[in-house]
Design a protein around this ligand. Structure first.
Ligand SMILES: Cc1ncc(COP(=O)(O)O)c(C=O)c1O
Length: 459
């Protein structure tokens, strides 16, 4: 069946003369159009967040975005070295992924119906079980915080059914796991939960990288799960000591605690491994992991959990608890086809291998600039295309972070962004399509910005 032309009962603009139609919203061709979009967003969405983006030279409209570039309304080409703060690792509007999503939409299936089978999501989940056979159960949802919530609930429910008496989640100082109520309590920054009065019970934080502190907590016998990021993202691109994650795996096994890795930011190839823990071979294999960001390629919201059979079945392996965590959009087909297309591209284009091969050139350049401006750049750290630059402070105690970031964006048209739990650190997130010329472009932008802040902010 094809739809007949619908009978228009009224012109929407006769009823609401100011109404902006869908077609109009897509038409951003002039500076005035951009200003209008800005005004609307400031008035009707998150005003102060928008203003904060504008303060670092972001908060613009991309009239076109492809590969590692986006173009503004004046035709200026920008280098996207932040990737929508993580998701656009496979390139902006990656044609392989876009084509599968379009094909899906053209097939006129049912996307969100929780009662129907979800063949695209089931295929993605099956494929993941081929790649990580010890994590054969998948839940697909619509974002990182939702993924972490899903896993928090899974381990708590599993524990309620199988390890009665355990009450606590263990996580790390400075961690970021999202901004829903449970995830800010799991997260390691008090600021994100100060509004709620007392912290929710059942969350304990230990220093990231300190397995001894974690073991002291586990010895008490009431820990359900240990959560951490393989590399802390918002905490400032913190790479743990080499033995930390393997040791945490060992301890979790010893104390019968679920080992849960939040791979929302570090996962999906960003560090040069499909999952960041794979850097350690098999030594840091989790009982479950969360993913989001780059498994969406910044096209359609995607998040999810991969879990072991034991964990999943302990939580949801019966008729009753199977309904304890359902949602209308859970396992929906458009997130499923998007994740599936991303995964297929990651494998066929060898995204992890490409990142491991190309990253050293850029890292060498960053370290050269660090040597040139030792007072401005204190550290360059991360792995693969998950790169953090830690800046120093001037005599007045101001970090150079925001000014460098702004200069790179406004003067050199290179987009980067600071981390939200660490004022000293700015991240640079190249994407798969970045060329040697793009790396040179970003390096020159950083060099120029460091020279600028040396002049204007003092040493
Ligand atoms: C490690 C980690 N977990 C969870 C989240 C939350 O993801 P979202 O912003 O999609 O809710 C983020 C977001 O930056 C993250 O970095």
């Amino acid at each position: 069946m094809s739809y007949p032309e619908f009978e228009k009962k009224v012109n929407v603009t006769d009823l609401y003369p100011e109404f902006i139609t869908a077609d109009e919203s897509l038409r951003v061709e002039t500076v005035e159009d951009v200003e209008k979009a800005k005004k609307l967003q400031l008035a009707h969405n998150n005003q102060y967040r928008t203003e904060a983006a504008m303060a670092i030279g972001a908060g613009d409209v991309a009239v076109k975005a492809e590969g590692a570039y986006w173009w503004d309304v004046n035709g200026v080409k920008h280098l996207d070295f932040i990737g929508s703060v993580g998701p656009a690792l496979l390139g902006l509007n990656n044609p392989f992924v876009v084509e599968k999503v379009k094909k899906y939409l053209d097939a006129h299936l049912i996307t969100m119906d929780p009662l129907m089978l979800h063949q695209t999501t089931a295929a993605f989940s099956y494929n993941m079980s081929l790649i990580t056979p010890y994590l054969p159960r998948t839940v697909v949802c619509c974002g990182g915080a939702e993924a972490v919530e899903t896993l928090l609930k899974m381990v708590r429910l599993a524990s309620y059914r199988t390890k009665k008496g355990r009450t606590r989640m263990l996580s790390t100082n400075n961690a970021f796991h999202g901004k829903t109520q449970a995830t800010v309590n799991l997260g390691g920054k008090a600021k994100w939960r100060m509004w709620q009065g007392p912290d929710l019970p059942g969350y304990t934080h230990v220093p990231f990288g300190d397995w001894r502190a974690a073991e002291e907590e586990m010895k008490k016998g009431d820990v359900i799960a240990f959560f951490c990021e393989p590399i802390q993202g918002e905490g400032g691109i913190n790479v743990p000591p080499e033995d930390y994650l393997p040791k945490m795996r060992e301890l979790c096994t010893k104390y019968d605690v679920y080992f849960c890795l939040d791979e929302v930011q570090a996962g999906s190839c960003r560090t040069g491994y499909l999952w960041a823990y794979q850097y350690y071979g098999d030594k840091a294999r989790p009982d479950a992991l969360t993913f989001a960001k780059a498994m969406s390629d910044s096209l359609v919201p995607v998040g999810g959990v991969l879990a072991s059979e034991d964990l999943y079945m302990a939580a949801y392996g019966n008729d009753e608890t199977a309904f304890f965590h359902t949602a209308t959009y859970q396992d929906n087909q458009i997130s499923g086809i998007t994740a599936l297309a991303c995964l297929e591209f990651m494998i066929e284009a060898d995204v992890p291998g490409t990142i491991r091969k190309n990253a050293p050139y850029f890292w060498d350049g960053l370290r050269r600039i660090q040597k040139k401006y030792p007072n401005i750049i204190k550290d360059v750290r991360g792995r693969g295309y998950m790169i953090g630059i830690e800046y120093g402070q001037n005599k007045a105690g101001e970090y150079y972070t925001v000014e460098v970031c702004k200069h790179m964006s406004v003067v050199s048209h290179v987009s980067t962004m600071f981390t939200i739990n660490n004022d000293a650190v700015c991240r640079i997130y190249p994407n798969y399509w970045a060329t040697k010329e793009d790396f040179d472009w970003a390096l020159k932008a950083l060099d120029d910005a460091c020279a600028y802040v040396t002049e204007t902010m003092g040493k």
